[in-house]
Design a protein around this ligand. Structure first.
Ligand code: MF3
Ligand code: CO
Ligand code: CO
Length: 290
């Protein structure tokens, strides 16, 4: 790309007035191939317009999760929660991203106790006292995706389950705080893994976070275990989720053969997850959906 060409990012500006300096900074990084240090591909670097789009989508997604927080209670079936979120997103001009995604049958995911993720809402699934529940919602607005999930505790929850929920939230926050421009993706997994293991929990590795933008799942894959200074270089304009799934027992999981979606802990132990969509900025991170 020459200085006077239009920039690869689609801003309409000349390269020299847009991402030239940015590319030169990356060129100067002397990436260590042996540590898996790679440049982020141009396709995943968001423009200001993209970021504004994800922010707007995130506002609806956040409000949908707030609405779940207001409504979730003991004795309720999970399909009712699904329908509340679906209606809210549609009423606000959005599309619930999960519905029909790779054949997924409902609009959101609700994962209870030993369900790690991708629990399918059902009128037969009734929330009971003691349950720990992850509600994961993704909204598409004007073509832009925003993805987040929160944990909810129903009625009287055991101290062990409460601790798992809190440590998992801490893992997500530590991971987000470790995400810094001109540092590496592996830094995120490293701090999450350390905090989970310090509490004698395990980290699910079969699934992870992901880039998000005009598609639901983009590069990079965000592993929630890892080593500092390894993996993709983090640069301003990257948007991805941090969504650790932490198990009280072993990290092994399996997928329900009948529904093809529900992911369970193999040993039946409890699992928790929190998720935010974040943007890498010039100075740190900005949360776009939570
Ligand atoms: N929201 C999930 C994630 O965090 C993906 C759910 S895909 C579905 O990546 F099809 F199960 F809905
Ligand atoms: Co996600
Ligand atoms: Co999600």
């Amino acid at each position: 790309m020459h200085r006077n060409d239009l920039c690869w990012c689609g801003s309409g500006l000349k390269y020299k007035r847009c991402h030239l300096e940015f590319d030169e900074k990356i060129d100067g990084m002397k990436l260590d191939f042996k540590r898996g240090q790679v440049r982020p591909p141009h396709e995943i670097i968001k423009t200001e317009k993209d970021i504004a789009g994800i922010i707007e989508s995130g506002k609806i997604n956040n409000a949908a999760l707030d609405l779940i927080a207001e409504n979730i209670k003991e004795g309720m079936d999970t399909l009712t929660l699904n329908d509340i979120a679906d209606k809210f997103i549609v009423d606000n001009g959005g599309i619930p991203a999960c519905l029909n995604y790779a054949g997924y049958p409902k609009s959101i995911c609700i994962s209870i106790n030993n369900v790690v993720c991708h629990g399918i809402p059902s009128e037969k699934t009734i929330l009971k006292s003691g349950d720990i529940v992850n509600v994961d919602i993704t909204t598409i607005l004007n073509g832009y995706f925003a993805d987040a999930s929160r944990m909810f505790m129903i009625g009287d929850v055991s101290d062990e389950a409460k601790k798992l929920v809190e440590v998992t939230r801490q893992c997500m926050e530590l991971g987000i705080n470790a995400a810094k421009p001109w540092h590496f993706l592996g830094d995120i997994g490293a701090v999450i893994e350390k905090n989970a293991h310090a509490n004698h929990y395990s980290v699910v590795t079969a699934l992870g976070g992901h880039g998000v933008g005009k598609k639901f799942h983009e590069e990079p894959f965000v592993n929630h275990i890892g080593e500092k200074n390894t993996g993709m270089l983090l640069v301003p304009g990257m948007v991805f989720t941090v969504e650790p799934m932490i198990n009280a027992g072993d990290f092994d999981v399996y997928t329900d053969e009948d529904d093809g979606w529900t992911v369970y802990t193999k040993d039946g132990s409890l699992s928790a997850q929190w998720e935010k969509t974040i943007l890498i900025t010039e100075t740190g991170t900005k949360v776009l959906a939570e």
